[in-house]
Design a binder for this molecule. Structure first.
Ligand SMILES: *Cc1c(COP(=O)(O)O)cnc(C)c1O
Length: 567
């Protein structure tokens, strides 16, 4: 495969930087929500023909392959893939100084092509060259691997290396969009390349044109979880990041105690946003003094719709993939055809689950889906708060499919998977439960289209947005979720789906969440599914016509353009 970069450098671009970009399941350059969102973003920019170039890390050894023993104990294996089968190596290299060594950074070109033929380049950064020291060759191997030092080196490669390579390749950049703080060291490069030309400097600080840099930068923050914001002690920074700003200048922008990549991005961007309205509010509380906007996430409609529903939409709503607003006419699809398309997807999915897990599930039983990173705040085990109660309402009437990886260092997340396995074995004659290992984009599409309801139980307000529920709505699968993230905006009780727990303006109440979950399942959701198909199909229609209609990445990107990029 040979593709040339030349045709991409003709017009000024918006550079979209992200530590992970997931464009396809078998290109292992993502771990979860952030990466998949970045991939959906780039696909929409291609469909909308926007002038964008994306920059990320190659991660040749992926995130990890999840192995689970019969007790659900997770171990992590390397997950290698071959970039040569997807992308083209470019000859250009740049050098960045790391720990006093000159590290060569190269690039691979991957092209995202829309159905109408417009193309968006993604630059994948790579340090795995024989010219580099062995330890430097590994910097771009593992996504979210290694220790703090490794992480900082990766972020140097992404922010500084990425900035330099765009320049080396001949790109003219009119905006830099930092998708999360990982890439914010690019602002250091921007400060250095926009120094004021002052003859006699009586105050050294005057040479740094922060205002100019801000006018070029957009920053999207993605999580209210503290661990999501990278901080590095300055002694580490001084050892690793050799060619940077004078320390006092760096501290002024990135924080005095630590190098805080979120602070750096906040201080040097003139458009900052959270990823749902509520998350924008929460971020304002976390970062007082900054003007923080909100652009609610969306998913790429074509990517996240299963084949049976694609065929149905093509028949009744032609043009839907390039114009998801057309979902507003969902009422044109006859009930029985919508149900039949759903059942086709469900049968396909149940067959898959049974093949993978020998769990003997059946097509007609009400099926709950739950898949996301296994980590404490997502509370994958909320459904097991009162197992006896679950059995009473669900015996023979309910089956549940789980998936999700725990970060290798997240012990609590790993215990959650074991707990699911424990309950799965305990309930096997009463309620069938399956756990699909190696959650990835392929499995995600099967899951969100093959279950009857999509469950989400995060501890408020820690779910910034959540996007898997949006994928479910594209397949007519309603959400049953805690009112956090996007669901606050998408939820109309009993109409687009159901809420778990109190309204978002009263304090979180974990005990009440479980009670509400059981109460609604038992008295409303399961009875409606089995006893009132007409109402059930209405809710499926509303999931599409009210939720997928809005929570798609085409709408999201139009908003980034009008609110962030052309300001
Ligand atoms: C969509 C997706 C996610 C993100 O889902 P959330 O609901 O935001 O947790 C994570 N992993 C994969 C593989 C996905 O496709």
């Amino acid at each position: 495969m040979t593709v040339s970069i030349d045709k991409f450098i003709k017009e000024p671009k918006i550079a979209y930087f992200s530590m992970e970009i997931g464009v396809r399941s078998d290109m292992l350059t993502y771990s979860g929500g952030l990466g998949v969102l970045a991939g959906d973003t780039i696909k929409s920019t291609a469909d909308l023909n926007l002038p964008v170039v994306a920059v990320t890390i190659l991660t040749k050894k992926g995130y990890f392959k999840q192995e689970l023993d019969i007790y659900g104990r997770q171990s992590e294996l390397p997950d290698e893939w071959d970039p040569n089968s997807f992308m083209t190596p470019l000859k250009e290299r740049v050098i960045v100084n790391i720990e006093g060594r000159e590290v060569q950074i190269g690039a691979w070109l991957y092209v995202v092509e829309s159905m109408r033929g417009s193309k968006i380049p993604i630059i994948f950064l790579d340090t795995d060259f024989p010219e580099n020291a062995p330890e430097d060759r590994g910097i771009t191997h593992h996504l979210y691997g290694g220790d703090q030092t490794y992480r900082l080196k990766q972020e140097i490669v992404l922010g500084i290396g990425g900035f330099r390579i765009l320049d080396e390749l001949g790109f003219e950049i009119k905006k830099y969009h930092m998708n999360e703080g990982h890439s914010s060291l690019l602002t250091v490069e921007l400060l250095q390349s926009h120094k004021r030309d002052i003859e006699e400097v009586w105050d050294e600080r005057l040479v740094w044109d922060a205002e100019k840099v801000r006018s070029l930068c957009v920053f999207t923050t993605h999580t209210p979880v503290a661990a999501g914001h990278d901080k590095f002690p300055y002694d580490l920074v001084q050892r690793v990041l050799s060619d940077s700003l004078p320390l006092d200048v760096l501290k002024e922008f990135a924080g005095h105690e630590n190098l805080n990549l979120t602070m750096l991005a906040l201080n040097l961007s003139n458009y900052i946003n959270g990823v749902a309205k509520k998350h924008g509010e929460v971020s304002k509380g976390m970062f007082p003094g900054y003007e923080i906007h909100a652009i609610t996430n969306g998913v790429h409609s074509f990517t996240w719709t299963c084949d049976p529903l694609k065929r149905l939409y093509d028949k009744y709503l032609p043009g839907w993939a390039n114009e998801p607003e057309i979902f507003v006419r969902i009422g044109r699809i006859p009930d029985y055809e919508l149900w039949e398309a759903h059942m086709e997807a469900k049968r396909h999915f149940i067959d898959y689950v049974n093949r993978e897990t020998q769990s003997d599930m059946n097509y007609d039983t009400f099926t709950i889906g739950f898949a996301r990173r296994a980590t404490a705040y997502k509370r994958a085990d909320l459904l097991f708060t009162d197992v006896e109660r679950l059995i009473r309402m669900g015996e023979g009437r309910l089956q549940i499919v789980y998936a999700g990886k725990a970060h290798p260092k997240d012990e609590e997340g790993k215990r959650l998977i074991q707990r699911i396995f424990e309950i799965k074995d305990r309930l096997k004659d009463k309620i069938k439960i399956a756990f699909l290992k190696n959650y990835n984009m392929d499995i995600a599409l099967k899951l969100v289209s093959g279950v009857d309801i999509w469950l989400n139980t995060p501890l408020r307000p820690l779910e910034a947005s959540g996007t898997s529920g949006m994928k479910a709505t594209h397949n007519g699968v309603p959400n049953f979720s805690v009112l956090d993230g996007w669901w606050i905006e998408g939820h109309i009780e009993g109409y687009t789906g159901w809420a778990i727990g109190p309204s978002p303006d009263v304090p979180a109440d974990p005990a009440r969440d479980a009670d509400d979950l059981y109460y609604k399942l038992e008295t409303i959701i399961i009875p409606t599914f089995y006893g009132d198909k007409h109402t059930w199909i209405r809710i499926m229609q509303n999931a599409i016509g009210k939720n997928a209609y809005y929570f798609n990445s085409h709408r999201m990107m139009r908003r980034y353009v009008t609110e962030a990029y052309i300001r």
